[in-house]
Structure formats: C-alpha cells, structure tokens
Write a protein of this length. Structure first.
Lengths: 98, 501
C-alpha cells in the first residue's frame, strides 16, 4: 500500500511540475519535455492504480492505457518537433521574416 | 419459430451496428489508402467521403427508427471492450458533422488544385473525420482520449498546411495547448478509474449516481472539464483559436471552427449530463455560464474589431461557443420535464446551426480571399458583383450567426431567453441581447463593404464546385434547421409539444 501511494503521489507531483514548467518556459524544447513529464505523471498514477497487492496479478486495463498513452505521446512529440524544425529552417533561410 | 427469430434479431443487430463501425473505419481506411496512393488521393478521398456520409445517414436513420444503439466490439466484457454508442444527441451531431464534411470535401476538390497540396490534404482530412466520428460515437472514456488526441494531431497538421510562418506558429501553439488539455483530461480519467474501476460511460454513470459525492469525483470532473474547455476554446482559454483558425486553408478553417471545437464541447456536455449530474450543484454550472457570457461578449467585440474576414469568423466562433455554455446554468436550474427537454434541444439546435453556418461562412470567405487575393474587410467593395452566390452564402450564414428568423439559432436563442426568464436568471437575457446586437453589427459591417455601386452581375454562380457547397450549408443553417427543426425533438426522443423522454 505504501509503495502504491508513493508511486501515485510521485505521479501527481510530476504532473504538477510538468504543468508548471510548461507554463513558465518559452523554448519549444523545454515545453515538449515538460509535456512528456506531465504525461509520465499520469502514467505513474495509472500504474499505481493497477497494483492489486503482492500476490494478485496487476489490473491489465491501466497498463493498456499507459501503452496507448506512450504511443500518443511519441507521435505528438514528433509532430511538435517537426513544426519546431520547420520554424528553425525558416529562421536560417528566410531573412525576410527574421 | 424461436431460433429463426433469434437469428433475425442477431442479423438486425449486425445491420444496426454496421454503420457505426463504418463511419469510423471508412475514413480511417481512406486515410491509409490516400497516403499509399497519393496520385489517386482526390478520387479515393471523394469516394470515401461519400461512403462515410452515407454511413452517418444510415446511423441516424437507425437511431431514428430503433432508438439508441449500444455496441460492444469484439464480444468482450463491457468493462474491457471498446464500446460504441449512438443516441439521439450523438446521431444529430454525427449527421451534421458528416454533411458538413461532405460539403468540405467537394469544396476542397476545387480549392486544392495543386496536386501536392491535395496529396497532403486528403490523408489528414480523412484522419480528422475518423476521429470526429469516433468521438461522437465512443462509449468509453479512454477511447474518447485516443480520439481526442487523434483529432488534435490531425487538426494541427491540417491547419499548418499552407506552410507559412504564421500558420506553423499558430498551429504549434494549438498543438501544445491541445496536448496539455488532453493530458489534463487523461489525469481526470485516471482518477475516475481509481475510484470506480471502469471506463464505460454507462457503468460509470450508475456507479457515480450510487455513490456519495467524493472529493475524487470533484477533482476528476474539474480536470476533465478544464482540459476539454481548453480544447473547445472557452473564454479565457480561447487565445489559441483565432490565429490558428484564421491562418489555415479555407476548407480546414471550416472543419476546425464548425466541427473540431464542437466535438470538445459535445464531450463536456456528455460528461456533465451523463456522468457528473448527481454531484453537481448550481455554482459549477454558473461558472461555466459566466465564462460563456465572457466568450459571447469578448468574442463578438473582437469580431467587430477584426480587420480580416477569416479572423472575424474565428472570433465569431469563440462567441458562438460561449452561447452554448450559457445553457448549463439553465439546465441545472430547470427540473426534468418538458422545459428542460426544450432547453436541451435548443442547445443542440444552436450547435447544429453554428456547424452549418460557420462552415459555409469560412468556405465563402475562402472564395472571397482567393478571388480578391486578400480578405481585408475594408477593401471588399464589389464582391457582391464579382461573386454573387458567395456573397449570398455569407449573408445567409451571417443571418444564422446573428440568429435572425427563420434560422435554427433564432429558435435556439428564443428558448434560451425563455429558459433564462423562467428560471429567474434574467442576466443571461442581457448577455444574449448584447451578443446578438454585436453579431448583427459585425455581419452587417462585412455586407455593407461587400456591396458596391457597380452594375448588377450577369451570372449568379461563377464557380459551381466551389460556390455551391458553401451556399448549401448556409441554406441548411437558415432554412432547413429553422423551418423544419421538429424532427430534432423526435430524434432526441423528446416530444415537441412537451412530455419527457
């Protein structure tokens, strides 16, 4: 029970820290990392929920959710970085905008 | 006789289930196909669009004739399986979204004439469409999360299709805000799963109703609604919407403003009515209503001050979403019965009208922009002579946005004001009236510029494939939804003259 609370509690703290970092930091890379930390926080909570004691097998549903969530997070990160890359290329090439 | 009738009923169930699955799977398949065969993208895309719209109409007919459909995919236990469901509210929105989607598809054929643009448009657009149908038809909270993310990713990629710096910056911001929003929503889902051990909306609803209200419920509600409010651009979380919607290509702006924002709003409504009704008190609904009032006033004011036509349309979306939130305190204060049913139908009618009208408006604005080379409102003189059908579409859609009779939003606003007076919450009447006046001002500002003193046009329609879809959508928002809104009450399972569901 203690481990479960520790895990879930850390998840909540990670979510809040990620949100705070997302809000206060301007650079795209920091925002993307902050988003991933927020996501990890939610995944921690879900994994803590799945725990059903040392003898019983864990609940598979939250695990499936975490796996799906990771796939979504990876795709979202990729898209955000692609946008960021495009903007950086524009900064390098086009002097008209900069 | 018994085995035979059992077989019949199973066959009938399959027949009813088919359109729900098709409405999601067809566009998903189409997205893969158009990616694999880019040269055929416009042709394949159009075929898939027609098929998907057909599946959506089939879904609505099935709900109309047989009542709500609940479907558990793969024969799994309901607590594990992916569940789809369609009731009157979902069916009405699916029908609207797919008819608008079909019109956008036809319009896009004319709009993206360059092959490379069309090749990147179709896969993303069909993906967006699949996510929309998935959202409206999903029966469990996690599926909703996946569809919400799919919708956000596809929408941001579509919005940045022009590749200009403004478009990429605006849509990067939209993407990041959307991600924070969906993670916040997911956190709420995790809390609900902690408390109740299921994600199925039906099972959760009875579990929450049976339980004492707990702080965990309240936290989950707050997180989920906050996340979705960000996605539906509820004031003051609307800041990302105007630049993103105004910088997208016209067919995409139409989809974003008319459908994507509406999907997030639909989820809030569903959570509010289906899940959290037992634990809510009036103050939570009042808060949503107040934010909605802020959106109505601020959005309309900014639309009035906008210098560009598409920015005006985007701010008008902020305001129109605000109207939908005004219904929450009224619904909370009205006891179940005919007047509450009327409010709910009015809310839906306004959402549907806005869907058709705003899509038509954005598509017409896109034509004005391509024709004139710009969309500065002050320099639109003579548009009525060059593009009479398009100007007519803007005027029709505009009158639906204002809420002039006989548009659907006239009836919606009428019932809204009536509800406000009946429940003694007169201040919403003031907000509604001010918002209506402001919207009349911004629509007539466009129309007064568009009509010049040049001679009368020779041809009404100049480019049928591009102009007719916009005109049709605007016409639906004014004539069909206003003059023939009765069936909506039937579809929702309500009696137009009164009586509960």
């Amino acid at each position: 029970m203690g481990a479960q609370f520790l895990f879930g509690g850390v998840g909540v703290v990670l979510f809040v820290l990620g949100l705070w970092s997302f809000l206060v930091h301007a650079p795209l890379l920091r925002k993307v990392i902050a988003l991933n930390i927020m996501g990890s926080g939610v995944f921690h909570v879900l994994i803590a929920v799945a725990y059903r004691g040392d003898t019983a097998p864990p609940d598979p549903v939250p695990h499936a959710l975490v796996l799906t969530g990771i796939v979504v997070a990876v795709s979202a990160t990729a898209l955000a970085l692609t946008f960021g890359g495009r903007l950086m290329d524009m900064d390098k090439d086009g002097t008209d905008d900069a | 006789m018994t085995p035979e009738s059992a077989f019949d009923s199973a066959a009938l169930d399959n027949l009813l289930a088919a359109p729900l699955v098709l409405a999601i799977m067809l566009p998903l398949l189409g997205s893969a196909l158009t990616t694999a065969l880019p040269r055929l993208a416009p042709l394949l895309g159009t075929l898939i669009a027609v098929g998907t719209a057909g599946a959506a109409i089939w879904t609505t007919v099935a709900v109309w004739t047989r009542g709500p459909i609940h479907l558990v995919l793969g024969g799994w236990d309901p607590s594990l399986a992916i569940a789809l469901r369609a009731d009157g509210m979902a069916a009405a929105l699916v029908l609207m979204a797919n008819l608008v989607g079909l019109a956008i598809s036809v319009y896009a054929l004319g709009y993206f004439r360059a092959p490379d643009r069309a090749q990147s448009f179709w896969p993303l657009w069909l993906l967006l469409w699949a996510a929309l149908n998935g959202l409206f038809l999903a029966g469990d909270l996690f599926n909703l999360y996946v569809m919400l993310e799919l919708l956000g990713l596809a929408a941001a990629a579509l919005g940045a299709l022009t590749g200009s710096r403004d478009a990429i910056t605006a849509n990067l911001r939209y993407l990041l805000v959307g991600l924070v929003a969906s993670l916040t929503y997911l956190f709420g889902v995790a809390l609900l799963y902690t408390a109740y051990g299921t994600l199925d909306i039906g099972l959760l609803s009875s579990a929450i109703a049976a339980d004492e209200p707990s702080p965990l419920d309240a936290a989950a509600l707050t997180l989920m609604v906050a996340g979705l409010a960000m996605k539906s651009a509820l004031f003051p979380l609307h800041f990302w919407l105007p630049p993103a919607h105004a910088s997208a290509p016209a067919p995409v702006s139409a989809a974003l403003s008319a459908l994507v924002v509406k999907a997030a709003f639909y989820l809030i409504l569903r959570l509010w009515l289906d899940l959290f009704e037992p634990i809510l008190d009036l103050s939570a609904s009042m808060l949503l209503g107040l934010l909605g009032a802020g959106a109505v006033l601020w959005g309309s004011w900014q639309a009035l001050r906008a210098e560009r036509l598409k920015l005006l349309a985007a701010y008008s979306t902020v305001a129109q979403i605000g109207y939908l939130f005004l219904f929450f305190p009224l619904l909370a204060a009205t006891p179940p019965g005919p007047s509450r049913d009327n409010l709910l139908a009015a809310l839906l009618l306004m959402a549907l009208t806005h869907g058709f009208a705003k899509a038509g408006f954005f598509m017409a604005a896109g034509l004005v922009q391509t024709n004139a080379g710009h969309d500065r409102i002050d320099d639109l003189g003579g548009t009525a002579q060059r593009l009479p059908a398009t100007t007519f579409a803007i005027a029709l859609a505009g009158s639906a946005l204002i809420g002039l009779p006989p548009s659907g939003s006239f009836i919606g606003k009428w019932l809204l004001m009536q509800g406000a007076i009946e429940t003694g919450q007169w201040w919403w009447v003031v907000v509604g009236t001010l918002g209506t006046l402001l919207s009349a001002a911004y629509i007539f500002r466009v129309l007064s510029r568009a009509f010049g003193l040049e001679p009368t046009p020779i041809k009404f329609v100049t480019d049928a494939r591009a102009e007719v879809p916009a005109l049709m959508l605007s016409l639906v928002s004014v004539a069909v939804l206003g003059l023939a809104s009765g069936p909506l009450w039937t579809l929702l399972g309500l009696n137009a003259s009164g009586g509960g569901a």
